[in-house]
Ligand binder design. Structure first.
Ligand code: GAP
Length: 473
């Protein structure tokens, strides 16, 4: 939690069903990762043809699939598989009163310093210190301004009049709309404590220094759960949600030994939080926060109750007590999770080319659950009508159940490499045996190739759907 902002807010691989996969440690090289992301259509610089917009990123055809799979899996385990969580989708444009009450207007800021030499705006904690003297990390300049607070919220105007009365903000976190809609959702869902409200959506922060690819962006997505409870349940639920969230990352292919739980010390925690954990990941650029899990007490609901004058209390029918619920908040970044998945999945190994000569193979070892494309489908030759027809029948068979990709161009080895590089876990090849030309008993069978082991298995077309679905789930 508190992704370096203070108030007001505070060794094992687990490929699940696909346990045959070998985990290969990624090559920690951000340059290669950024280049692959662009080359294969995962992530592009926003507004690139105009020189780029700093801190904003566009996800390409594969990136959008990966991101969706992450969000869908989060929604599946946090909302659909539970009786005690419901979802919502709040607006991005936020009334200033909401963010005044939450403390963002006053305090959602980072300490900023300018370098008078190179004119860089710097976050105060990014200065380097040499022999006790603070310096600009860009030019080494020592002529620095005093620290001042820079509010990270993006302000805009609603309607035609651009005056004080028309100010609105792009939300800096999705959480506030959950607090503000607490009473409505409680009424319509008829949930009893403890229960949660989940949301996935965009958030905006005018970061002083966006950096490390998508890690620190100005526009990003969050997956947040506000889990409301009685005061006495807060600390226990903080532990519970920390463990649940660790399981989530393991289940999408980030092994436990690459995740670290940092107990946020008292002096770094938001004043209202009774306990906060940061779940961190070993990125190639260092150990950094993926998600915060914070026990925020009754701070947010109490603030909104005070400021709006509307009761946000919960009535306990058993004890006949009225009180403001407390809340535990697991708050994850979609973009950071996607970046961690790409970093974790990236590897280079040696594999034979068509002529048996060893070559470097770039592979993304995505867990099948989150891989953008689940299966490549290849006719051995593109100019053989029977092979092509059969392969297209397999596409039709699988398409209603998973995202598949048909590819007939180039040598089969090249086609496998192209899919390996984008993390497609399975490949189906239709060959002459499928047509029963050599051995009638092999008619209507195909080879099923595993991306990680590169092993091929002969399977009946009629079994393909079930086999793949089991390995992907
Ligand atoms: N509602 C609590 C909250 O927003 P946070 O620690 O500021 O807490 C939660 O943010 C998560 O959102 C972070 O752990 C991170 O994954 C993501 N996040 C925050 N700022 C980000 C940024 N500038 N770029 C990308 N992701 C960011």
């Amino acid at each position: 939690m508190s992704d370096e902002h203070d108030a007001p807010r505070p060794p094992s691989q687990s490929y699940g069903a696909a346990s045959s996969l070998q985990r290969i440690r990624p090559v920690a090289d951000m340059e290669k990762i950024v280049s692959l992301c662009k080359r294969r259509g995962f992530i592009f610089q926003a507004s690139e043809i105009y020189g780029g917009l700093n801190g904003a990123w566009d996800y390409g055809p594969l990136g959008v699939e990966l991101k969706r799979n992450v969000k869908n899996y989060w929604w599946q385990v946090v909302v659909h598989e539970r009786d005690d969580v419901v979802g919502m989708d709040g607006s991005i444009l936020t009334h200033p009163a909401v963010l005044k009450a939450s403390g963002h207007v006053e305090g959602f800021s980072d300490p900023m310093i300018d370098c008078r030499t190179c004119k860089a705006h710097l976050r105060a904690d990014q200065l380097v210190e040499k022999k006790g003297v603070k310096q600009c990390p860009n030019c080494g300049g020592k002529d620095l301004t005093e620290v001042r607070q820079f509010n990270l919220m993006f302000e805009t105007h609603v309607g035609a009049a651009a005056d004080e009365g028309s100010i609105a903000y792009l939300r800096p976190e999705t959480a506030q709309s959950i607090f503000v809609q607490f009473k409505n959702i409680l009424e319509v869902s008829r949930k009893k404590l403890p229960f949660g409200i989940a949301q996935i959506g965009k958030a905006f922060r005018n970061e002083i220094n966006p950096r490390n690819f998508t890690f620190r962006s100005r526009e990003f997505e969050q997956m947040e759960l506000e889990y409301f409870c009685r005061p006495e349940q807060g600390m226990e639920l903080l532990e519970y949600w920390k463990e649940e969230r660790l399981k989530f990352y393991e289940n999408i292919g980030i092994p436990r030994d690459r995740l670290h739980v940092r107990t946020v010390p008292d002096d770094e925690r938001a004043f209202y939080s009774k306990g906060t954990y940061d779940i961190e990941y070993d990125f190639p650029f260092g150990r950094q926060e993926l998600e915060g899990v914070a026990y925020r007490t009754d701070y947010d609901l109490s603030q909104h109750q005070k400021a709006s004058g509307k009761s946000l209390e919960y009535f306990d029918e058993e004890t006949k007590q009225r009180f403001v619920p407390h809340v535990v908040e697991p708050s994850a970044g979609v973009d950071r999770t996607v970046l961690a998945l790409i970093c974790e999945a990236y590897s280079e190994d040696q594999a034979p080319d068509e002529k048996g000569k060893m070559e470097t193979r770039v592979v993304l070892h995505f867990h099948p659950r989150i891989a953008p494309i689940k299966c490549g489908i290849f006719p051995l030759l593109k100019n053989n009508t029977q092979l092509v027809t059969k392969a297209k029948e397999i596409v039709d068979l699988l398409r209603p159940h998973m995202f598949v990709f048909y590819d007939e161009s180039g040598a089969i080895g090249r086609r496998y490499r192209r899919q390996d590089e984008i993390g497609t876990p399975f490949g189906v090849t239709v060959d002459f045996e499928t047509l029963g030309e050599k051995d009638a008993s092999l008619r209507d069978t195909v080879t099923l190739r595993d991306r990680d082991s590169m092993k091929q298995q002969r399977v009946a077309i009629k079994d393909l759907r079930a086999i793949l679905r089991e390995r992907i789930a």
